[in-house]
Design a protein around this ligand. Structure first.
Ligand SMILES: [Zn+2]
Length: 220
């Protein structure tokens, strides 16, 4: 593989916001009961410069993020909500290296990961790699904090007021949906990892935010 030029190198931080993209009916806890639910997830907020934070609607995969702290390798830390990276324009994944015991580095090929960045990207159309450099202590702490926040949110339904917008339709779509279902006060969330409908809530809740990171060599 040809080495791409480094076009930006920035201190990395891990932060999330919440995203909601659609409302749908699911089977409720009682057989044949339908429950209005929301597709929602955690979205990684990626620093593109010291003053500018980009916002993407692709989901954070907390399983991949956790693994990236343990072993260097290529990870789909950011993925389309459906779990098909190509769909989200992020099929290249993020190359994670551990150059020393105190540092975690992300190399993001802007052509392979075009879905991760705004259009037009701040560096123009040139090919290359955007590098984010994280201190390991902060990286691990942030992963634990994000996991705790996701688990806390996953075990209770959301009130309408807590849903800021729908990615498709914005605030107005949310308001009209709420008006259409006046007796529905809270909504369960049905997406937690980028992979629709495959028990991802159980996967999320099975993770232990206090578990040690088990460092290892890169997986081939
Ligand atoms: Zn998709």
């Amino acid at each position: 593989m040809q080495t791409q030029p480094l076009i930006a190198s920035l201190p990395g931080t891990l932060a999330i916001r919440w995203s909601s993209h659609m409302l749908e009916w699911i089977e409720g806890p009682v057989r044949d009961e339908k429950v209005l639910a929301i597709d929602a997830g955690a979205v990684l907020v990626v620093p593109l410069s010291e003053t500018d934070l980009d916002r993407r609607s692709d989901y954070l995969d907390i399983v991949e993020l956790w693994s990236s702290a343990e072993r260097p390798g290529r990870y789909h830390i950011v993925n389309c909500a459906c779990g098909i990276a190509y769909c989200g324009g992020v099929d290249g994944g993020i190359l994670v290296t551990h150059p020393d015991t105190a540092t975690v580095v992300w190399d993001i090929d802007v052509r392979e990961m075009h879905g991760m960045f705004p259009r037009p990207p701040p560096w123009g159309e040139q090919p290359g790699v955007v590098r984010l450099i994280f201190g390991r202590d902060a990286y691990e702490r942030s992963i634990r904090d994000i996991l705790r926040a996701m688990q806390a949110r996953a075990v209770r339904p959301l009130r309408w007021e807590e849903i800021e917008h729908l990615d498709m339709g914005g605030v107005s779509a949310l308001e009209s949906s709420r008006a259409s279902y006046p007796t529905c006060e809270v909504l369960p969330i049905i997406d937690w990892l980028p992979d629709w409908g495959s028990g991802n809530l159980e996967t999320l809740l099975a993770m232990d935010p206090d578990a040690p990171f088990v460092l290892g060599p890169r997986l081939s």
